[in-house]
Design a protein around this ligand. Sequence first.
Ligand SMILES: C[S@@+](CC[C@H](N)C(=O)[O-])C[C@H]1O[C@@H](n2cnc3c(N)ncnc32)[C@H](O)[C@@H]1O
Length: 251
Amino acid sequence: MVVEVGPGLGSLTLALLPAARRLYAVEIDPRLAARLPATVAGHAPQHADRLRVLAADALRIGADAFAEPPTALVANLPYNVAVPVLLHLLSQLPTLAHGLIMVQQEVADRLTAGPGSRTYGVPSAKLAWYAAARSAGSVGRSVFWPVPNVDSGLVAFTRHDPPAMPAAPAPPDEAAPGAGAPGATVSREAVFAVVDAAFAQRRKTLRAALGRWAGSPPRAEQLLRSAGVNPSARGESLTIAEFARIAAAAR
Ligand SMILES: C[S@@+](CC[C@H](N)C(=O)[O-])C[C@H]1O[C@@H](n2cnc3c(N)ncnc32)[C@H](O)[C@@H]1O
């Protein structure tokens, strides 16, 4: 059960159909969406019954649009909305277990970067909440016509469970109630709010960058300590598990 976002004229669609039991092609342009069945009927008639075209915006689509739960995303993602589309689909389609996407090379670098890397940021940390991602190669601009002014990169991902909350390392009098308790859960929205705040001012220490989010820098420092995170660190050095611990400390 494959989802392809932005099939356009259908060149990738035609390559995917032999390998997919069902292919949901999500295309925002109604003229391109309307042409796709005829393209497939003309070039791959033996697989035409596998295709389902959804004339829709991938940024707004939900699980109810799919008659069968999709398990894989394979797409040459529209470059201007690649990250929001990827994160939206991972949030809306819990059955999406893995995928291979082509995006602009800079975006591929950001999606696959780990903590401490210059390119590690909001897309890397948020994707890490959902999945393990790795670079799966690069595609030079010269293979496209017209030649674009960017290179492209392939990103492969495999969904994993969100980080588990470990026991709070701080003494009980410093810890917020319930912070970091074993097995405790924290919402994705709460974790992503910490990620957004930390990277909004990525050059600042977490104590300063999270000041507004926490209410004040001293309160941010208190929460960071109870989460076992150095208040002098910067967001770019934190794993998604550490962001989750900070969010848990604030509950
Ligand atoms: C980079 S082209 C890819 C075309 C084709 N997949 C290929 O590999 O040659 C982007 C395609 O995504 C579509 N698109 C752009 N934004 C979209 C969105 N939010 N939801 C669904 N499709 C979108 C465009 O209409 C276009 O067909």
